[in-house]
Design a protein around this ligand. Structure first.
Ligand SMILES: NC(=O)c1ccc[n+]([C@@H]2O[C@H](COP(=O)([O-])OP(=O)(O)OC[C@H]3O[C@@H](n4cnc5c(N)ncnc54)[C@H](OP(=O)(O)O)[C@@H]3O)[C@@H](O)[C@H]2O)c1
Length: 278
């Protein structure tokens, strides 16, 4: 049976095995998928061992996405520009290929599942870690009017913006510079919510037309979603759809079949509501 896994640290709460089992069942594919916690100093060796022993594909999560990118012989899609990969496989020449499906996952959730628009919009990306780095190139390809990256460590936002300058109007700022600006779409790509924290954003950046999207998710509203609702945002969405859509794109890269996502998103949401931990 073809073998897949997600490599991360920590990884035990990953929903990826559950999602890929659903995709395999739905499409009649025969595969196994595990979540493997990898010691920080063993990542490269464990990836190469996995493929040497016949493994078919890997998902990569925190904190290894940049190291996975560096390990690849070739990068597909937007991964070359992103500098971070979340999906690995071998091509027919035996090369290790890396792709980043987070951007496609986020875009499909916003534009297909929720019928939102990015073209012509003023977008604020909150955070400058692996997640924002991964989605930024696909976001720019949708032709937003303007992209602003805000991060606690401003230099990281500036470095990220500099990598992609020229592709759209893109700027990098600190949180204190948000006052007086309003955005059409605000995407929270920080991990602050995992600790119950909210990045320091003034409510004035949200209008009644603003869509707010949190890449994280939990049993109920995330801290960022609750804040967005309080500010009167038009939409306050979580990252469940992104998670399932990025997995669907990885499944497609590995198996050549695109699974249906709507039922899996609904069932995952029900699972999360029923579970005793996020
Ligand atoms: N739904 C999905 O499919 C999906 C996909 C990818 C990622 N994610 C989620 O996205 C989140 C970010 O992932 P990542 O890989 O980018 O993590 P990361 O590389 O560790 O980056 C974390 C980011 O959060 C910022 N941050 C952390 N705590 C903060 C706080 N209290 N106030 C303000 N900013 C804070 C960091 O700012 P500094 O740079 O200043 O430290 C950095 O920009 C994770 O929670 C992950 O689970 C979800």
């Amino acid at each position: 049976m073809d073998r897949y896994a997600v490599f991360g640290n920590p990884v035990k709460h990953s929903r990826s095995p559950w999602i890929h089992a659903r995709f395999a069942q739905q499409t009649g594919q025969s595969l196994v998928y595990s979540a493997d916690e990898i010691p920080l100093d063993e990542f490269e060796k464990r990836v190469l061992d996995f493929f040497a022993k016949g493994g078919a594909g890997l998902n990569i999560t925190v904190p290894f996405k940049e190291r996975a990118w560096a390990l690849c012989d070739t990068h597909g899609g937007f991964a070359a520009k992103a500098g971070a990969v979340n999906t690995l496989f071998r091509n027919k020449d035996g090369q290790l290929c890396g792709d980043n499906t987070d951007g496609i996952g986020l875009l499909r959730d916003i534009t297909d599942n929720h019928r939102g628009q990015i073209a012509g919009k003023s977008v604020l990306l909150v955070g400058a870690g692996g997640a924002v780095r991964g989605v930024l190139p696909s976001f720019l390809a949708e032709n937003p009017a303007k992209v602003t990256i805000v991060n606690r460590t401003v230099i990281k936002a500036q470095e990220l913006a500099a990598l992609l300058v020229g592709q759209a109007e893109i700027s990098a700022i600190g949180f204190e510079e948000l006052e007086g600006r309003v955005f059409d779409l605000i995407v929270n790509g920080t991990s602050a919510g995992l600790h119950g924290d909210l990045p320091p954003m003034p409510s004035s950046i949200v209008s009644t037309d603003t869509w707010c999207y949190d890449m994280i998710y939990g049993r109920g509203d995330t801290v960022f979603q609750a804040w967005a609702r309080q500010c009167g945002a038009a939409k306050a969405l979580d990252g469940v759809g992104m998670l399932v859509e990025q997995a669907a794109q990885a499944f497609y890269l590995w198996r050549g079949i695109k699974p249906e996502t709507a039922a899996v998103i609904a069932d995952l949401r029900a699972e999360l509501s029923a579970s005793d931990q996020d």
